[in-house]
Design a binder for this molecule. Structure first.
Ligand code: MLT
Length: 408
């Protein structure tokens, strides 16, 4: 008799954003004429930058001719893209990362979800709460947790984020081996300073632990003193893996391109203490299970680093950040305390009410979709996340509808 992976039964029935999509669909079926404004999942709404579209078209034309056609590419990504990434995202910021330490992929969700495979099943995992749900769910699927009670899985060290610590968790009180961090944070929009991040790097070095640093939202940082990459911190090359994405910065949510940095100096150990290169393990995993991102998509991603591409990407980011400023202003004027939206496209708003009820109320009374904080963990209860990814017109309309709904 074929048996299932019983760890899947520990998961909540559906992934957070699928649950939201279901509720929105049910609402739309009941109210087919009520236009819904989506400020829930962080999905971009503006077209790809012209520079990317131009490069995309050119690459497709190359695929149309036998002489310039390309079949399988290198699994880890074409050198032209990896070199552009190393130069612009790291060397230009003083971070010592080489092109051969970069693995191009089709998404940071896939990479942050898959990376746990290369570590032992008994790895002690520290996960923030609230958190992007894919980090936790993929460890549950792998069998690293016990049962789920009261909103938490046995076997995970939760790092609490709350109003008191500004949603920057304290270092774990007990020893851990693998630590997930995301800054600028999804869902809270909180940011970490270089000094604060240095404490995590030092902790990891002292404990032979590894930090999985999700920097998918770094392009939204406005405050120049904040780190865009963990590799701006001394010693991070030996303790951290970093995840980046073109999804939010250059509008690639539907186009799919991201990358993961695994420095060659990063080590993990066998039970007897023998050191192995994590880069080698990830390379083995990536080349076995992945055949690379398509050539036209990689050419489109490369164009983000051209002079025109950089300016166009900045314009996209600025556009969404104007929405973020409006959302902050309006929600504050309605008396809500909040964080985020200054160096991040997410605004984390205290609701003073149960977060799923607040979500349902906004959907029902304003036709606006947000994300309930409880979907990101127990510490998210009492909050909602509002995403700045939409048009100015829709965000302005959403804020006016929320104002009406909350005042009535
Ligand atoms: C989010 O809304 O948290 C993200 O868009 C989801 C994702 O990137 O997978």
């Amino acid at each position: 008799m074929i048996q299932i992976n019983a760890h899947y039964l520990k998961l909540k029935a559906s992934y957070l954003f699928s649950e939201i999509a279901k509720r929105v669909e049910a609402y739309q079926q009941q109210h087919p004429d009520a236009p819904v404004i989506r400020l829930g999942i962080g999905d971009v709404t503006r077209a790809l930058p012209d520079a990317c579209i131009h490069a995309f078209h050119q690459a497709i034309d190359e695929m149309a001719e036998d002489r310039s056609f390309r079949g399988y590419g290198p699994e880890e990504g074409y050198a032209f893209l990896r070199e552009a990434i190393a130069e612009n995202d790291f060397k230009a910021r003083g971070a010592d990362i080489g092109a051969d330490e970069i693995f191009v992929s089709d998404g940071a969700k896939c990479d942050t979800g898959n990376i746990q495979e290369i570590f032992d099943i008994n790895t002690r995992i520290a996960i923030p709460d609230p958190v992007y749900p894919a980090y936790l769910d993929t460890n549950v699927m792998a069998g690293r947790t016990g049962a789920y009670h009261d909103g938490r899985y046995e076997g995970i060290v939760y790092l609490n984020g709350n109003a008191e610590n500004g949603f920057i968790p304290d270092l774990p009180a007990e020893p851990v081996d693998l630590i997930y961090l995301c800054f600028p944070n999804n869902p809270t929009g909180a940011t970490i300073t270089k000094d604060q991040l240095k404490q995590w790097v030092d902790y990891a070095a002292a404990n032979k632990a590894i930090i999985l640093f999700d920097a998918a939202y770094e392009a939204f940082i406005r405050d120049d003193s904040l780190p865009h990459s963990i590799y701006e911190i001394d010693g991070a090359r030996d303790v951290a893996i970093e995840f980046r994405s073109f999804s939010k910065t250059a509008g690639f949510t539907g186009t799919r391109c991201a990358y993961t940095v695994v420095p060659k100096s990063l080590m993990a150990y066998t039970a007897t203490g023998e050191a192995h290169s994590v880069h080698g393990l990830w390379n083995r995993r990536h080349s076995t299970k992945f055949n690379g991102v398509s050539y036209p998509v990689q050419r489109a991603a490369e164009a983000v680093y051209s002079t025109a591409g950089k300016a166009q990407m900045q314009e996209l980011v600025n556009y969404y950040m104007e929405n973020a400023a409006l959302i902050r202003k309006e929600m504050q004027a309605l008396g809500h305390t909040l964080i985020g939206g200054e160096n991040s496209p997410y605004i984390w708003v205290a609701t003073g009410a149960d977060s799923w009820s607040f979500f349902d109320m906004l959907l029902e009374n304003a036709g606006v979709v947000c994300t309930p904080g409880a979907g990101f963990g127990t510490c998210g209860e009492g909050y909602i996340r509002i995403s700045a990814f939409n048009s100015h017109e829709n965000v302005t309309a959403a804020m006016s509808r929320i104002r009406q709904a909350l005042k009535s």
